[in-house]
Design a protein around this ligand. Sequence first.
Ligand SMILES: *Cc1c(COP(=O)(O)O)cnc(C)c1O
Length: 384
Amino acid sequence: MFDERVIKKLGRIDTPFYYYDMDLLRSTLASVKEEADKYNYKVHYAFKANANGRILREIRDYGFGADCVSGYEVQRALETGYAPEQIVFAGVGKADWEINLGIDAGIESFNVESIPELLIIDELAGKKRKVANVALRLNPNVNANTHHYITTGLEENKFGINQWDLEKVVEVLKSLSNVRFIGIHFHIGSQITDLGSFRDLCLRVNDLQEYFVSNRLYPKVINLGGGLGIDYEKPDENPMPDFKEFFALFDEHLQLNADQEVHFELGRSMVAQCGNLISKVLYVKDGVNTRFAIIDAGMSDLIRPALYQAYHRIENLTSDAEKEKYDVVGPICESSDSFGKAVNLPKTERGDIIVIRSAGAYGEVMASQYNLRRLPLPYYSDEM
Ligand SMILES: *Cc1c(COP(=O)(O)O)cnc(C)c1O
């Protein structure tokens, strides 16, 4: 990804900034499409992973739908040219204006997370004399075996409708006339690398859909959410996840009824590896037992390490001297503003270019102006 020519170009741009490898993005999207098409699975891209305009357009051009978690994302999807009937809208706390926006646009479905929300969607749709499509987000109580901050499919999490509410929700659904039940939805967490969790999910989904069918509610759509993880340790060896194995697993374990559609909402796995945060070393400073490499990127540019103790591979693009250990930290006034402890880097000096790899998902989109910093700008391999 970083040959001499690229490094030279990167060196001329003001740091910090995001650098996207558009060839890798495209080959990743092509692989998702090829593998999903084998089973006629539909993929909605999870906007929250990266809502950069060029990336959204690129993804749209491959024919993927949009998975949104706010009215603003729904708006952006529509503006970017995603068809309303390819937009799904999840989230535990949809405000009235967001629901109205979705109803007016005629989106594919609301992924409903509670009974009170279902009642409000019915009421708002009724006022417009419309019928809104809804899928129920069910909490399958399946452990994703990932960081607890990004686990979403356990009973203790705030997401989805729990087992003990199923009877009630079926009763409520049958009593409402302004919502149309189209399916069931699941999303158990993020950065899932143990595919066994997805197999467990399939087995739960098979049981749960039987429950609906036996109650004469037919789920036309089975939406399995996202969560497929990527290799943060070895981005060069594994530049994209094994989508073939991923989709084949669902084909093997899901029991489908006639005419059912299977949907996915992939975010991270589609965009993480193509993005990099590029930074320069400001100072090298000796601490008590450590040596700090202080770089000009901070947690305001990429918050994942501070927020989730996430690991990102860090490389020095401009030195090939002997390796030493550095704590790589940013300039922001927080001790959590650190990208890695005891990182092995070639001897590092002021002005060296440091790249933080695999930063395409939950990177640029989570950047803030904390400390009144400017937002990091995006640059693209095919525009430089
Ligand atoms: C975040 C999210 C996704 C995407 O998750 P990834 O781990 O990025 O694939 C999909 N569906 C819903 C409902 C989400 O909240």
